[in-house]
Write a protein that binds this ligand. Sequence first.
Ligand code: NAD
Length: 475
Amino acid sequence: MKHYVNGVFTTTGTAFPLISPLDGSQRGTVPEATREIVDAAVRAARAALEGPWGAASVEERCAYLRRIADGIEARFDEFVAAEVADTGKPRDLAATVDIPRAIANFRAYADLSYGRPERAYHTRVPGWSGSGEALNYTVRRPLGVVAVISPWNLPLLLLTWKVAPALAAGNAVVAKPSEETPSTATLLAEVIDGVRLPPGAFNLVHGHGANAAGEFLTGHPGVDAIAFTGESATGSAIMRAAADHVTPLSFELGGKNPAVVFADADLDEAVEGTVRSSFTHSGQICLCTERVYVERPVFAAFTAKLAERARELKDYGPMISAGHRDKVLSYYRLAVEEGADVLAGGGVPAFGDARDGGFYVEPTVITGLPQDARTVREEVFGPICHVAPFDEEAEAIRLANDSPYGLAATVWTGDLSRAHRVAPKIEAGIVWVNCWNLRDLRTPFGGVKASGIGREGGEYSLDFFSEPVNICVKI
Ligand code: NAD
């Protein structure tokens, strides 16, 4: 594992261990970036903007993005293996979601940026500001040096989701991946080095967040914008650091996502959909469902089937770390203390092999808690969902919205009118109807309330990573 600063791979004196979540063994070490390394990365990024990278046309930038996508594709198996080793997720998930999406992120932003038109308006300026006609046109300028800070759950996917549009828009990037999952980011730096992106346009620093590389970066006066995905509490800390220099922010934060199941839904599809939405990547996706509200006539049938399917799950990955496993298990215990009925899971599985040294927890279905229970309100970020009944459509909407978070929601119904009536009333940035995590990269992605600030995806990311500048020419 190495930092990549100004086109050069480096390590520093101190290092921390990289632990496998699959069996608890130490896989290697990761260098911890000092303040000096972070500073060198920010200065290299600034210099890149003043050099060939800053002078590159959007078409040239898009060509780099395509070559990076090709470079990841050429080393596909290595990327998959690295993602599996870091996160412990099933190989199939990394090979069908994480790595293909990372490739798609670069291609999508090359497609979207190539030949992106500037905006122009012919206006008649009213008397109060001087009379006459003018041609106004708006050009987009990069923000400058952009800090990208990403979490461990979808390491390469979420990193490239920001790096690709940032580079497409002409910024220089200093990226800090999660300290838990440094491997695919390092491979990405190798690919970027291989396509000869001008030195300093992309820099990678490893290390921890608080009082470490993450904080050195977000508080750095040379950083012009921060794009962050992670916990809401970390977002608050970064906001405080950014306040000193009024640095613009894009935040994708935590969630406590609801699913609403109406009695007119296809019950089997709703159950299978909820199995996916609650237990994919062992619940460690920001979009995962942790609260399920089911219309009373089908509550018993739905809950019994969901619990049965959860008990059947065998091929699932571990929690990312011992610390996170302990946090998730503390919520399993809290749920019982709060009076929950545990219908499936609730503990640690016994495999009888090396996995018993890993950080596994059982897929868990609970019911019987009041809406104000902590287990129903707080993000667990593990494979657990609470199922509660409702009687009226308005009540379902109220329960779904009764959360400090508002990232994603899922509505299961066979009634088209109901789907269109309910979906816009749910306080979430993304509402899926009769599906989950079906993604078109051009659509807006992000959360309301404590789940984030701003939107990513398509034009929305390109808008964040550039500033519109209006030029007014008097005719
Ligand atoms: P985290 O907030 O602990 O860490 C995320 C990143 O921030 C890491 O790189 C970490 O080193 C860094 N960091 C931590 N403290 C920092 C500080 N004070 N200053 C600067 N950087 C700091 O999150 P995590 O545990 O890695 O990820 C899980 C969380 O991310 C969950 O809450 C999940 O919901 C959220 N998430 C949200 C989305 C989304 O799109 N909304 C996507 C994935 C994950």
